[in-house]
Design a protein around this ligand. Structure first.
Ligand SMILES: CC(C)(COP(=O)(O)OP(=O)(O)OC[C@H]1O[C@@H](n2cnc3c(N)ncnc32)[C@H](O)[C@@H]1OP(=O)(O)O)[C@@H](O)C(=O)NCCC(=O)NCCS
Length: 181
């Protein structure tokens, strides 16, 4: 049986903002779109998954976006990391966060998410960002299992607004550098 070649992975630049925004919106809708009334989803996408929003982040040297593409340059997934923006009390200003980690549904379960997560954690470590946090939907058990393998443990909860809907999110902190067996 032939296997698909491994995706290319490269750091995104400012000119990738439209592609990352399109991918960010598509993967969010695929993963979570069914959870919200259409108007809440539309408001969230219009506020946060836009080329302008990603252009600002890609212009910031303290933000890391790694883009996975197929051999013809089609985007498949991405990870976005930087300083922590989660509502943690007494947050250390050096704290880091894996802010977004999303693959198109057809690309999941084959190790690509692990590859992107590891690269983001390495970048955060190399830039002195510690401790490292991630926010994850309370019902996203698959992603929580993945983060647990890298030593993340629940340290808090908050409500994440998607339009007028409030999602219960867990805040996880990386407590150890455990790697998968
Ligand atoms: C979470 C995600 C990035 C993991 O990447 P992946 O390439 O699918 O995962 P890998 O093949 O590297 O590793 C497998 C592990 O990832 C997690 N995982 C796999 N498929 C998943 C899915 N569809 N949704 C959530 N997590 C998944 C599981 O922990 C899995 O291992 P396990 O089932 O043996 O416990 C990817 O599945 C995805 O983009 N899911 C939808 C978006 C999402 O939930 N993002 C996280 C937001 S915090």
């Amino acid at each position: 049986m032939s296997r698909a070649p491994a995706p290319f992975v490269r750091r995104a630049t400012a000119s990738d903002a439209p592609a990352v925004a399109t991918l960010g919106a598509a993967t969010f809708v695929e993963t979570f779109g069914h959870l919200y009334p259409a108007e809440d989803l539309a408001a969230f996408l219009a506020a946060s998954k836009t080329p302008d929003a990603y252009a600002k982040m890609l212009a910031d040297p303290d933000v890391f976006v790694l883009l996975a593409e197929d051999r013809s340059g089609e985007p498949l997934g991405y990870v976005l990391a930087g300083g922590c923006k989660l509502p943690m009390p007494d947050l250390d200003p050096r704290s880091g966060e894996v802010r977004e980690l999303y693959l198109l549904s057809g690309q999941q379960g084959r190790g690509l998410g692990t590859r992107l997560l590891e690269a983001a954690l390495e970048w955060l470590e190399s830039t002195g960002r510690t401790p490292v946090y991630v926010g994850v939907w309370s019902e996203n058990h698959g992603a929580q299992r993945l983060y647990a393998r890298y030593g993340f443990e629940k340290v808090g909860e908050y409500d994440f607004p998607v339009g007028a809907t409030l999602d219960r999110e867990f805040i996880l902190e990386q407590k150890s550098r455990r790697k998968p067996d």
